[in-house]
Design a protein around this ligand. Structure first.
Ligand code: NDP
Length: 229
């Protein structure tokens, strides 16, 4: 059973990814800060598919915590096949609002959080000539609106990291997928019910993750953009 770490798995898209992958023969390691939510989801997954899920309480913007978690997962389960950088925050993002604390948090979680875990799992993946990094960016990583400036900057950065990894990881056997969702029905997107169309479900993004993971090993799905219809 391949082991996959999913950050931001205590809610929303990350939770849906964990449940979806556990249902499809992957061992899932759920990572986030809220221990109660993580424990509840992990228990529910294990009730359905015994010994499939574990969780770690980690702040992805804290490099030491991320490193300790990765070492513990290697110790407990051996090879880490996949690492899904999903943890993210969307806070006050207009430069004209000047909310520097929010910008720092978005930069720390969305950008540094993505880089820390990725850089720590890649050396073993390269040695094994096998592995898969999946980054959850956003359509805000392709387009900027009046209210998304700094959030978009962090999501453009996630996409830049993915595009750089396409080059760095080419011909190594390690795959990289960048997923850019549009509006998804989770707590992150407070305006989701004001849209004049149905937002995506978190499971729709989990389906994209499973699609990328389940391709034959010579197929590298680099970019998926998933928008509400
Ligand atoms: P939610 O707010 O529902 O979930 C966010 C998750 O990230 C939670 O599990 C939260 O857990 C975790 N998280 C936040 N900060 C940290 C941290 N410092 N360390 C570890 N975990 C953290 O949001 P979504 O599920 O909607 O978002 C998931 C990803 O999808 C994000 O990267 C977001 O930018 C992206 N996205 C979302 C869209 C949407 O419309 N919802 C659209 C496009 C992209 P906890 O609080 O327990 O730490």
């Amino acid at each position: 059973m391949k082991t996959i770490i999913i950050t931001g798995a205590s809610a929303g898209i990350g939770e849906a990814i964990a449940r979806k992958l556990a249902n499809n023969n992957y061992r899932v390691v759920l990572v986030a800060r809220n221990k109660e939510k993580l424990a509840k989801i992990t228990d529910e997954i294990n009730e359905k598919s015994p010994d499939t899920a574990a969780y770690y309480q980690v702040d992805v913007s804290d490099k030491a915590e991320v490193e300790a978690m990765i070492n513990q997962v290697k110790n407990d389960y051996g090879t880490i096949y996949g690492y899904i950088n999903n943890a993210g925050v969307m806070l006050s993002a207009e430069v004209t609002q000047g909310d520097i604390e929010s910008w720092d948090q978005m930069i720390d979680v969305n950008i540094k959080g993505t880089l820390y875990g990725t850089s720590l799992v890649i050396p073993d993946m390269l040695e094994n000539k096998s592995g898969h990094i999946i980054n959850i960016s956003s359509v805000s990583g392709h387009e900027v609106t009046k209210i998304s400036t700094v959030y978009s900057a962090t999501k453009f950065a996630v996409r830049a990291i993915s595009q750089g990894l396409e080059k760095e990881l080419a011909k190594t056997g390690v795959r990289i997928t960048n997923i850019s969702p549009g509006m998804v029905d989770t707590d992150l997107a407070p305006d989701r019910h004001k849209m004049n169309r149905k937002p995506l479900e978190a499971e729709d993004i989990a389906n994209g993750v499973l699609y990328a993971l389940n391709q034959p090993s010579y197929v590298n799905v680099n970019e998926l953009t998933i928008r509400p219809n």
